[in-house]
Design a protein. Structure first.
Length: 290
């Protein structure tokens, strides 16, 4: 088969690991499209997104449109003939013309077993709600509705009891790598006309949304940590929010961030915390101070 010409539209946290899996399969895009550089840190320096850094390190052209409402993005993409587009965690609403511009339409990697967990937070919601059976990846065709398009293939990811729950970043990485490997198999087969998309069973669809402010707050008496189901649910919350916002509890009007914890002997054990306005310390040391 001739080299497949495709553009890759990627964001975080899945964009780079999927690219790494494609690279390992010798399947690199001709163009990588990602978010614009954004101010970051105390100095508000313009910082490139990780997908852009990866593209430049691998000698691939980068395009960073600010929207899809004007003609800038459309003109750039229409300037070339594409076999297929690939979209991974790219946080733009894409217009109808975009989906059908390539000869073989637009593929998407979604980190759940669709139609389960359609929406913005499938990985973290699977952890938060203890939905191990819905963990996996789906490669689908994008249509005009959210996570609604026909499925080309999907793969369930099994996690043993002793390893569950994974932290959010670890599950991000696992599903991104799995999705990238699956995508590397599907792209050439799809372009060659060897796959038949299967419509989702929309009656089985479940949904997840972006996490809201305050969902990472735990109601805890630090001198009497919970056990049983309450402790387990807090442990799920700690892992679901890892890497995207520390879980915390309030004590005497102060916010206490949880930096390390574990679930052992059916109880929650907090190991490290950051008391408001102070440095990180052992939880045992914190208890001596209250």
């Amino acid at each position: 088969m001739n080299k497949i010409k495709f553009a890759y539209f990627g964001g975080e946290p899945l964009g780079v690991p999927v690219l790494e899996a494609l690279k390992a399969a010798d399947l690199l895009p001709s163009l990588i499209v990602c978010n614009p550089d954004r101010p970051s840190g105390r100095g508000h320096m313009l910082t490139p997104p990780p997908v852009k850094v990866w593209a430049e390190e691998n000698g691939i052209e980068v395009f960073q449109p600010t929207n899809y409402k004007d003609d800038v993005a459309k003109s750039r993409l229409e300037a070339e003939d594409w076999d297929v587009f690939v979209v991974v965690a790219y946080n733009f609403i894409l217009p109808e013309w975009f989906l059908h511009l390539p000869k073989h339409q637009t593929l998407n990697v979604h980190p759940s077993l669709l139609p389960k967990l359609r929406g913005a937070s499938p990985i973290r919601t699977a952890i938060l709600k203890d939905l191990r059976e819905d963990i996996g990846v789906t490669v689908m065709l994008l249509d005009s509705e959210m996570d609604h398009g026909p499925i080309l293939d999907q793969e369930q990811v099994y996690i043993e009891d002793e390893n569950w729950p994974l932290s959010g970043p670890n599950l991000d990485q696992l599903l991104a790598t799995t999705g990238g490997e699956l995508l590397a198999e599907i792209i050439p087969a799809w372009v060659a006309g060897e796959l038949s998309p299967q419509e989702q069973d929309h009656e089985l669809a479940t949904y997840c949304s972006r996490f809201e402010k305050g969902q990472n707050e735990l109601t805890i008496d630090p001198t009497r940590l919970p056990a049983g189901d309450k402790a387990w649910n807090m442990w799920l919350t700690i892992n679901a929010f890892a890497g995207i916002g520390d879980t915390f509890f309030m004590h005497e009007g102060k916010r206490i961030k949880i930096k390390a914890a574990r679930f052992e002997n059916n109880s929650l054990q907090i190991l490290r915390v950051i008391p408001e306005g102070k440095k990180e310390i052992d939880f045992s040391e914190y208890l001596k101070q209250i």
